[in-house]
Design a protein around this ligand. Structure first.
Ligand code: SF4
Ligand code: SF4
Length: 139
Protein backbone atom coordinates (compact mmCIF):
# COMPACT_ATOMS: atom_id res chain seq x y z
CA UNK A 1 0.00 0.00 0.00
CA UNK A 2 1.28 3.44 -0.93
CA UNK A 3 0.28 6.66 0.84
CA UNK A 4 1.92 9.71 -0.67
CA UNK A 5 1.46 13.47 -0.77
CA UNK A 6 2.02 14.97 -4.20
CA UNK A 7 1.40 18.15 -6.14
CA UNK A 8 -0.59 17.70 -9.36
CA UNK A 9 -0.03 20.42 -11.96
CA UNK A 10 -2.65 20.61 -14.68
CA UNK A 11 -2.14 22.33 -18.03
CA UNK A 12 -5.01 24.63 -19.00
CA UNK A 13 -6.11 22.24 -21.75
CA UNK A 14 -7.06 19.47 -19.30
CA UNK A 15 -7.81 21.36 -16.10
CA UNK A 16 -11.55 20.65 -16.29
CA UNK A 17 -11.17 16.88 -16.53
CA UNK A 18 -12.41 15.10 -13.37
CA UNK A 19 -9.05 13.44 -12.66
CA UNK A 20 -9.78 12.73 -9.01
CA UNK A 21 -12.90 10.73 -9.76
CA UNK A 22 -11.13 8.94 -12.63
CA UNK A 23 -8.34 7.93 -10.25
CA UNK A 24 -10.93 6.56 -7.84
CA UNK A 25 -13.09 4.74 -10.39
CA UNK A 26 -10.47 3.42 -12.81
CA UNK A 27 -7.45 2.95 -10.56
CA UNK A 28 -8.82 2.50 -7.01
CA UNK A 29 -6.76 5.48 -5.85
CA UNK A 30 -8.23 7.43 -2.94
CA UNK A 31 -7.30 11.11 -3.16
CA UNK A 32 -7.69 13.50 -0.22
CA UNK A 33 -7.46 17.05 -1.49
CA UNK A 34 -5.33 19.19 0.85
CA UNK A 35 -5.25 22.33 -1.30
CA UNK A 36 -6.62 23.17 -4.74
CA UNK A 37 -6.25 26.05 -7.13
CA UNK A 38 -8.36 25.22 -10.17
CA UNK A 39 -9.92 27.74 -12.52
CA UNK A 40 -11.56 27.16 -15.92
CA UNK A 41 -9.15 27.31 -18.88
CA UNK A 42 -6.15 28.20 -16.69
CA UNK A 43 -3.24 26.13 -15.42
CA UNK A 44 -4.15 24.63 -12.07
CA UNK A 45 -2.59 22.76 -9.21
CA UNK A 46 -3.70 20.57 -6.40
CA UNK A 47 -2.00 19.17 -3.31
CA UNK A 48 -3.36 15.70 -2.63
CA UNK A 49 -2.69 12.70 -0.47
CA UNK A 50 -3.02 9.56 -2.59
CA UNK A 51 -3.62 6.12 -1.12
CA UNK A 52 -3.61 2.96 -3.26
CA UNK A 53 -2.12 -0.46 -3.80
CA UNK A 54 1.33 -0.17 -5.42
CA UNK A 55 0.27 -1.50 -8.82
CA UNK A 56 -2.81 0.73 -8.99
CA UNK A 57 -0.75 3.74 -7.95
CA UNK A 58 1.77 3.20 -10.74
CA UNK A 59 -0.99 2.79 -13.33
CA UNK A 60 -2.79 5.89 -12.09
CA UNK A 61 0.39 7.98 -12.25
CA UNK A 62 1.05 6.72 -15.79
CA UNK A 63 -2.49 7.75 -16.73
CA UNK A 64 -1.98 11.27 -15.33
CA UNK A 65 1.30 11.71 -17.13
CA UNK A 66 -0.15 10.59 -20.47
CA UNK A 67 -2.78 13.32 -20.02
CA UNK A 68 -0.11 15.97 -19.44
CA UNK A 69 -0.53 16.21 -15.66
CA UNK A 70 2.76 16.77 -13.85
CA UNK A 71 3.08 14.79 -10.62
CA UNK A 72 5.61 16.19 -8.18
CA UNK A 73 6.56 14.76 -4.80
CA UNK A 74 5.68 16.89 -1.84
CA UNK A 75 7.79 17.53 1.16
CA UNK A 76 6.26 19.01 4.21
CA UNK A 77 7.96 20.93 6.94
CA UNK A 78 6.65 22.15 10.24
CA UNK A 79 7.31 25.76 11.08
CA UNK A 80 7.16 27.05 14.67
CA UNK A 81 6.09 30.69 14.86
CA UNK A 82 7.81 31.76 18.04
CA UNK A 83 6.22 35.20 18.11
CA UNK A 84 2.73 33.65 18.14
CA UNK A 85 3.59 31.05 20.76
CA UNK A 86 2.04 31.73 24.15
CA UNK A 87 4.34 29.19 25.87
CA UNK A 88 1.35 27.18 27.08
CA UNK A 89 3.34 23.95 26.70
CA UNK A 90 0.47 21.89 25.22
CA UNK A 91 2.53 20.83 22.19
CA UNK A 92 5.41 19.58 24.33
CA UNK A 93 3.09 16.99 25.88
CA UNK A 94 1.78 15.65 22.55
CA UNK A 95 4.94 15.82 20.43
CA UNK A 96 6.18 12.20 20.13
CA UNK A 97 9.80 13.05 19.37
CA UNK A 98 10.43 16.04 21.65
CA UNK A 99 10.91 18.24 18.60
CA UNK A 100 8.81 20.72 20.55
CA UNK A 101 10.17 20.66 24.06
CA UNK A 102 10.27 22.59 27.28
CA UNK A 103 13.66 24.03 28.04
CA UNK A 104 14.43 23.82 31.75
CA UNK A 105 14.95 25.53 34.09
CA UNK A 106 13.88 28.50 31.95
CA UNK A 107 10.53 26.77 31.19
CA UNK A 108 10.42 28.10 27.66
CA UNK A 109 9.26 26.16 24.61
CA UNK A 110 11.79 25.39 21.86
CA UNK A 111 11.57 23.68 18.51
CA UNK A 112 14.14 21.38 16.86
CA UNK A 113 13.21 20.83 13.20
CA UNK A 114 15.66 17.93 12.85
CA UNK A 115 13.69 15.87 15.38
CA UNK A 116 10.31 16.61 13.75
CA UNK A 117 8.70 13.66 11.94
CA UNK A 118 5.81 15.81 10.61
CA UNK A 119 3.12 13.83 12.42
CA UNK A 120 1.03 17.05 12.57
CA UNK A 121 -0.18 16.48 16.16
CA UNK A 122 0.99 19.95 17.17
CA UNK A 123 -0.92 21.54 14.27
CA UNK A 124 -4.18 20.34 15.78
CA UNK A 125 -3.10 20.77 19.38
CA UNK A 126 -1.82 24.34 19.39
CA UNK A 127 -4.50 26.77 20.57
CA UNK A 128 -2.51 29.79 19.35
CA UNK A 129 -1.94 28.49 15.79
CA UNK A 130 1.74 28.97 16.37
CA UNK A 131 2.64 25.90 14.31
CA UNK A 132 2.16 25.73 10.56
CA UNK A 133 2.81 23.23 7.80
CA UNK A 134 4.89 24.39 4.87
CA UNK A 135 4.57 22.42 1.64
CA UNK A 136 7.55 22.24 -0.67
CA UNK A 137 7.28 20.58 -4.05
CA UNK A 138 10.41 19.23 -5.64
CA UNK A 139 11.65 18.00 -9.07
S1 SF4 B 1 4.73 17.63 13.69
FE1 SF4 B 1 4.78 16.02 15.26
S2 SF4 B 1 6.97 15.61 15.56
FE2 SF4 B 1 6.82 17.59 14.50
S3 SF4 B 1 6.83 19.10 16.13
FE3 SF4 B 1 4.69 18.66 15.68
S4 SF4 B 1 4.11 17.04 17.14
FE4 SF4 B 1 6.35 17.13 17.09
S1 SF4 C 1 0.88 24.59 21.89
FE1 SF4 C 1 1.30 26.38 20.55
S2 SF4 C 1 1.19 28.15 21.93
FE2 SF4 C 1 1.38 26.33 23.22
S3 SF4 C 1 3.59 26.13 23.58
FE3 SF4 C 1 3.11 24.88 21.79
S4 SF4 C 1 3.48 26.21 20.01
FE4 SF4 C 1 3.34 27.53 21.84
Amino acid sequence: MIKRKVVLRFPASVVEHPFISTLAKEYNIVASILKANINPRKEGNMVVELTAEDIDYEKGMDFLQTRGVLVQPLEQQIIWLEDRCTQCGACTVICPTNALWMKRPEMTVSFCSEKCVVCERCLKGCPARAVEALYLSGE
